[in-house]
Design a protein around this ligand. Structure first.
Ligand code: DGL
Length: 271
């Protein structure tokens, strides 16, 4: 497993908050832990308000405000929006209002991926709220106006993951959303919701696995690079992860264990 080069970094032991509506953001936490295991992370799964994808911008801003207040009380140095939907809807409104750095997924990933100038035709699978804002299209075109992006909402995918639904018609629930995007013939398809990588085995029945990008790794690298540049990185101590869920912590724990192979979840509490 690749680890981050920690030479010359400073020591800031304050925790990093990582948030999503449920277990989806664990795909990002996993990458952060593999790049920088020495940090202290606080993961917040907002199971009370799940799913975010069908909510309005105004509702999501109010939800994220509450979570940011919780992170503020935990004296975090940074918050990772391990969630495309809130990066698209709440980030702009809240980005300058808190005493910590905020990392939005879509904006960060578009910046790093745009360095690959050969990427000119992209597909994005995302939640309804994310697609409505066209944030993926805007962010990629900000770096290169030539890039063409097709965005497709997949409202069934988060419930399938969170509720562990198995008895659904794959042709309808999976291929039904992919069809249009595949017809567009993109060079890559971004899994633009942190829950979707859990469905990759199902999704890749309809197109080669290599076509799909789970942006979690690129995002984690962006965050660690930026923390380092801002002298906020902690590479000095044994790291920790504490988990919080806003409702049904036991259900969250069962889901998380399936995906993260976590046996112990210290501090998992309902707030
Ligand atoms: N996993 C989140 C995202 O990346 C939110 C999914 C949801 O709750 O609808 O957009």
């Amino acid at each position: 497993m690749e680890t981050f080069d920690n030479t010359l970094s400073t020591i800031d032991k304050r925790p990093i908050g990582v948030m999503d509506s449920g277990v989806g953001g664990l795909t990002v936490l996993k990458q952060l832990l593999s790049l920088c295991p020495d940090e202290n992370y606080i993961y917040f799964g907002d199971t009370k308000n799940l799913p975010y994808g069908g909510k309005s911008k105004e509702q999501l801003i109010e939800i994220v405000k509450e979570i940011f207040e919780f992170f503020e009380s935990q004296k975090v140095k940074a918050v990772v929006l391990a969630c495309n939907t809130t990066s698209a809807t709440a980030y702009e409104e809240l980005k300058d209002k808190y005493p910590f750095k905020i990392y939005p997924l879509i904006q960060s990933v578009a910046k790093y991926m745009s360095a690959d100038t050969g990427l000119l035709k992209l597909g994005v699978m995302a939640t309804e709220a994310t697609v409505k804002t066209k944030t993926y299209t805007k962010e990629f075109q900000k770096h290169n106006p030539q890039v063409e992006v097709i965005e497709q909402a997949c409202p069934l995918w988060v419930p399938i993951v969170e509720k562990q639904i198995t008895d659904y018609d794959e042709n309808q629930a999976i291929y039904g959303y992919l069809k249009n995007v595949l017809e567009f013939n993109p060079q890559k398809i971004i899994l633009g919701c942190t829950h979707y990588p859990y469905l990759l085995d199902k999704i890749s029945k309809y197109a080669p696995k290599e076509l799909f990008i789970n942006p979690a790794q690129i995002f984690a690298r962006y965050i660690i690079d930026d923390l380092k540049q801002n002298n906020l990185l902690n590479t000095s101590s044994a790291g920790s992860v504490h988990y919080f869920a806003s409702s049904e912590p036991e259900h969250f724990k069962q889901n998380a264990k399936m995906f993260m192979e976590i046996n112990e979840m210290p501090g998992l509490v309902e707030i």
